[in-house]
Structures are given as C-alpha cells and as structure tokens.
Design a protein around this ligand. Structure first.
Ligand code: AP5
Ligand code: MG
Length: 191
C-alpha cells in the first residue's frame, strides 16, 4: 500500500492535491476535517461536542481523533491501494499513534510537506470563505488556525524528518505545478 500523509498549514492545498492524487493513483482519501464537518452537519453527539472547537480554530482532542483513525483503518477494504491522510496527524501524539497503528498492520507512510507562504494562505482562505460556508474561513479564526499549526502541527513534519520518510514540496506554485512535484515523489515511492 502507498500511504501518504499530506501535511501543511491551513489552506496549503491538502484537499486540492488529494483530489489529483486520487484521480491518478486511486488511493483512498481521508480528510479528517471533512469527516468532522460531516459529523457537525449531521448533528451527531460528536458533532455537537466539536462544533465550537472547530469554529474557533482549535484542535479536536487527540483521543477522539485517534479513535476515529483506528475505526477508519479497521474499515478499509482489503483491496485498498493506499491512503492519503489529509489533516492527520496534527500533533506529535497523533503522529506516534499513527505510526503504531500502521506498524501493527505492517504498513508505513511517507509525509509530504506542502510549504506555502503565510500571506498566500490567508488570501486563499479568505477567498474560499466567500463561497465555502465553512465556519472557520474568517480572518480571526484563520489567524488562530495558523497559530495552532505553528505550535502543534509543524513539529509533526520534524518528527517525520527524524523518524520516517519525509519530502518537502514547494506549494507556492500553481496547483498543476505542485501536483507535478508530488507525482515525481509518488513515482519514486512506487519503484
Ligand atoms: P481541515 O479541514 O483539515 O482544515 P485545514 O487544515 O485548516 O486545511 P484546509 O482544508 O482549510 O486547507 P487545505 O490545505 O485542504 O487547502 P485546500 O486544498 O482546501 O481541518 C479543519 C479543522 O478540523 C481543524 O482546524 C481542526 O479544528 C479540526 N481537525 C481536523 N483534523 C484534525 C486532527 N487530526 N486533530 C484535531 N483536529 C482536527 O486549498 C485552499 C484554497 O486554496 C482553495 O480555495 C483552493 O482552491 C486554493 N488553492 C489550492 N492550491 C492552490 C494553489 N496551488 N494555488 C492557488 N490556490 C490554491
Ligand atoms: Mg482541506
């Protein structure tokens, strides 16, 4: 299985690049943000608990996210070609838990780090906020999400650089140019 962690700041293009990867490589896409937004929309007990957390730009607790991941991995079909983890892990504790969950299943993952300049991130999310309907696409929450990213998620990339497979990608280019860089990495990993 070809398992990819797409890591990057809010608005760095994780969802956009996941769509390109799914189209070319047929991997299974897990966006934890999309899963959580669906829970909120459906009004489930979990959705009610996390609604304010997400709209204020904070992280959902590690124990809830790790339980969600364990359930997701248990539900994968046997013919799964691989997974794109989009938005998980977001803390070093989540990264360690994922490594253990994968190891238990004799799997590994490679982290691709989407590097984008902060001003572009803000512009992209403000722009998307005009139509997305996302409760967290406003300037105040965007700034909070970026602060959380620097404090809690950026260390995940360092953890992968030190302990696992790591590649950095210049995410400031056009969507197609970013995908070309990712495509080169995926072809290398498939060899
Ligand atoms: P999540 O949904 O993962 O949001 P995020 O990480 O803030 O990232 P986004 O989805 O906003 O951006 P993206 O990187 O997918 O970029 P996109 O492709 O859309 O998480 C939301 C919340 O859920 C979190 O804040 C947290 O509360 C909670 N959560 C989720 N996972 C969690 C976890 N593991 N633990 C705890 N809490 C968790 O692109 C953005 C925009 O830019 C789009 O409009 C796109 O068209 C445009 N764009 C993309 N690429 C380019 C390009 N190359 N050039 C120009 N424009 C581009
Ligand atoms: Mg996304």
């Amino acid at each position: 299985m070809l398992n990819i962690i797409l890591c990057g700041a809010p608005g760095s293009g994780k969802g956009t690049q996941s769509d390109f990867i799914v189209e070319k490589y047929g991997l299974t896409h897990l966006s934890t943000g999309e899963v959580l937004r669906a829970e909120i929309k459906a009004g489930t007990p979990l959705g009610k608990e996390i609604d304010a957390v997400i709209s204020q730009g904070h992280l959902v607790s590690d124990d809830k996210m790790i339980a969600l991941l364990e359930h997701f991995l248990d539900s994968l079909p046997v013919d799964c070609k691989g997974v794109i983890f989009d938005g998980f892990p977001r803390t070093v504790a989540q990264a360690e838990a994922l490594a253990a969950m994968l190891q238990k299943r004799c799997l590994t993952a490679t982290l691709i780090d989407l590097m984008v300049e902060e001003q572009s991130l803000i512009e992209r999310m403000i722009n998307r906020g005009k139509t997305s309907g996302r409760a967290d696409d406003n300037l105040e929450t965007i700034q909070q999400r970026l602060a959380v990213f620097h404090a809690q998620t950026a260390p995940v990339a360092d953890y992968y650089l030190e302990h696992h497979n790591y590649f950095a990608v210049n995410g400031n280019k056009s969507m197609q140019q970013v995908f070309a860089q990712i495509d080169t990495i995926l072809q290398l990993l498939q060899k």
